[in-house]
Structures are given as structure tokens and as C-alpha cells.
Design a protein around this ligand. Structure first.
Ligand SMILES: [Zn+2]
Ligand SMILES: [Zn+2]
Ligand SMILES: [Zn+2]
Ligand SMILES: [Zn+2]
Ligand SMILES: [Zn+2]
Length: 242
């Protein structure tokens, strides 16, 4: 059964399942959300679906020995960070006894994404560089999770895809419609040149590479922010059309 209206112990008013037209900060885990969310009709309070209805305990294949438990306020979290995306733990969290921490939304990320000739796998290993930040690591010594194509050419950190949406939000994309800057941060030119050889005869390869990178990014945005609702799909379309 799918709940569309709930009461939540962290908030005095009822919460209704809806679709956020622009990114929001989840009042549970403090992480960005976009699209599906439980929101209060009386005040500015939003929760990810995963944060509104967490499982009391959970398991993740990347941590085969770990038994995760959900906490609204985890004991002693002040100097801890989330394993998947590297952000500081500031709210709702799944924790295990070995000090691993996961956002509810990261816990739920699909292992495999398939669409339009691209197959992506969720990975916690380092192989190629992320196409957004140009680095293997999110921060020094910390890899973070990423989605990587089976061919090995396309890779985006989960954290970088969240940042991409946040950056566009802050830059005013969601206020004035379109932003042609958006595409430049999606794939760095030097990466394309490096991957395709860079000669003028490789123009066909560049355009194919570019198209596949867009497909990969679309799949990941949809996976990170939940079902591609109309608002999310519109955002992706305009991001990729510029
Ligand atoms: Zn949340
Ligand atoms: Zn409220
Ligand atoms: Zn553990
Ligand atoms: Zn996370
Ligand atoms: Zn990255």
C-alpha cells in the first residue's frame, strides 16, 4: 500500500505526498531532494519519501557484515560523515555498529540503471574519473559512491549529481527557466578530448560520446531523486538541450 498522507513524530502537522517543483532541503536528513516528497501544507517542512517512512533496520550489499538501524538523532554523530556521499551527518541516518552512516536516500539507490543503450552500476570502487568533478575522489582520500557505465567511459559521483542540481538551483535556474551554463559543468571539455582523441576527424565520436554522457546523467538524476516526475524531467531536458 502506498501512503499519500502521514503523520510524522518530528512534525506537528500532517504531511502529504506531493512533487516539489524545485529542490528542497529535507528536514529529516538535511540533504537535497527534488520531485517526490512529503510536505506540510501549513509550513515549509519537507521530507524525502525514504525519510518519512524509513525501515527500522536495513541491509546494504556494499556492507555485507553490517546491520543498519535507522535513527532520527544518532548518538555521537557530530564528527561523522555519510559513507556514500561524504556529507557530514546532520540528521536522519542509518548506522551500523562499525560506524558506517548512510542517508536514507542513499541507502535506497538502485544497483543497476538501464536505458537507451547505457547500463550503469552503482559502485564504491575507484576506476575512472567522475565526469563532473574530474576526480576519482570526492575529497582527498574519500572515494564515495558513483554510477559507472559497463564500458567504463561514463562515471558520475552520486554526490556530484546532487551538487549539479543544487548549483543550478542556487544559480537561479529554477527562477528564470533556462541556463546555458548548466551544460558546461556536466561534462568537462578536456575529458571529451581525452576520451576521443581530440582530432577533427573524431567529431562523430565526440557527438556519440556526448549523447551517451547525457543518457547516463539522465538515468542517474532520475535514480538519485526518485521517479522522474514532470518537474524533474523538465529540468533534465533543459539541462541537456542547451
Ligand atoms: Zn531526507
Ligand atoms: Zn507544518
Ligand atoms: Zn557495520
Ligand atoms: Zn548520502
Ligand atoms: Zn565527482
Amino acid at each position: 500500500m502506498k501512503y499519500t498522507e502521514i503523520t510524522h513524530p518530528s512534525h506537528p502537522h500532517d504531511l502529504v505526498l506531493g512533487s516539489a517543483e524545485e529542490p528542497y532541503q529535507c528536514d529529516g536528513c538535511k540533504e537535497v531532494g527534488f520531485g517526490p516528497c512529503f510536505k506540510c501544507g501549513q509550513c515549509n517542512f519537507n521530507l524525502h519519501e525514504e525519510c518519512a517512512m524509513p525501515e527500522p533496520s536495513a541491509f546494504h550489499p556494499f556492507f555485507s557484515k553490517c546491520d543498519f538501524r535507522f535513527y532520527e538523532n544518532a548518538p555521537g554523530s557530530s564528527d561523522r560523515f555519510y559513507d556514500a556521499c561524504g556529507k557530514d551527518v546532520r540528521g536522519f541516518v542509518y548506522q551500523c555498529s562499525h560506524e558506517h552512516d548512510l542517508h536514507p536516500c542513499c541507502m535506497k539507490l538502485q544497483r543497476t540503471l538501464i536505458g537507451d543503450g547505457v547500463k550503469l552500476h552503482l559502485s564504491d570502487k575507484v576506476s575512472t574519473r567522475c565526469l563532473k568533478c574530474g576526480s576519482k575522489e570526492i575529497s582527498k582520500g574519500f572515494r564515495g559512491w558513483s554510477y559507472e557505465s559497463s564500458c567504463g567511459q561514463y562515471r558520475y559521483h552520486v554526490a556530484c549529481v546532487k551538487d549539479l542540481v543544487l548549483e543550478n538551483w542556487r544559480r537561479g535556474y529554477f527562477d528564470d527557466g533556462h541556463n546555458t551554463m548548466a551544460l558546461q559543468i556536466m561534462v568537462r571539455n578536456e575529458d571529451i578530448v581525452q576520451q576521443t582523441g581530440g582530432s577533427s576527424s573524431s567529431r562523430m565520436k565526440v557527438s556519440k560520446y556526448w549523447r551517451m554522457a547525457k543518457v547516463a546523467l539522465t538515468l542517474i538524476i532520475s535514480a538519485v531523486f526518485g521517479d522522474p516526475t514532470t518537474v524533474v524531467a523538465t529540468f533534465i531536458a533543459s539541462l541537456l538541450s542547451s
